[in-house]
Design a protein around this ligand. Sequence first.
Ligand code: HEM
Length: 266
Amino acid sequence: MNLIKGIFNTSLGRKYIMAITGAGLFGFIIAHLLGNLLVFAGPAALNEYAKKLHDLGPLLWVARLGLLAMAGLHIWSALKLTTENREAAGKRHEVKVDPVDRHRRDDIVARFAARTMIFSGLIIAAFAFYHLAHYTWKVPQINGISGEFKGDFETYYVHEVDGDNNQTAFVTPLPQGEGAEGENASDVYRMVVNGFNVSWVVGFYVVAIGLLCVHLSHGLSAMFQSLGMKNKNYGKWIDCGAKAVAILIFLGYISIPVAVLAGFVK
Ligand code: HEM
């Protein structure tokens, strides 16, 4: 009990919470990217993958709640640490210190990074909400698809099974306007293609994913620092590795909307 109190009530404990939940969210971002890249393998591959996830039923809800809890704790510890940093900075200003003192300058740089982290983090949270409304709740008003397509943003397919070994044989899309939620498997491939045929939506995703990757690049380095795994010898390598991973994630994610808009994926 005291250990849990210690973790939540001390700034060191909150740094650990931020690092560990950040690592969990990072794991989700990698897994989600690998799953989404199946769009390049065609409709059957992506739809079968999505169906397997949906078929997890209660387990999927456990994963969703785990993800939500991690995001909540990550944001909570970030806001708490930012407030503490501000209060500590206020107190330091009361004592006269030489403004060109090197430590103070480093401190200003660190606080600037932390400040941009809180802003990029909150914008990413807003993007995640928009993204859920787009592809999970399928809110017609925000998908950018005009009148005639309304209601058909989500389409369905017939899921056929090979009689011999119960393996999926192939998937057949249903005509627009046919099929029903719960009765037919959702055609996630068609939904992604419909969704990214709208240029401003693609623009919005590219900017948001760019911000996510700037956040990740700094966040990954900070995570190693908080967990005490960064030292003088390989600190620079960790920073470079974090940047390289963030760039790869950026390219991986944006390749999907860009490929759809360019007509490579249809
Ligand atoms: C181009 C990039 C992306 C594509 C194509 C994409 C695609 C999708 C699709 C199709 C779904 C709905 C899945 C389904 O109903 O089966 C989904 C859900 C989701 N995506 Fe993404 N996504 C992208 C980027 C992101 C990013 C960057 C994040 C994280 C910030 C993210 C977080 C989520 C979450 C949390 C869900 C809800 C999962 C659930 O159903 O519980 N996505 N995404």
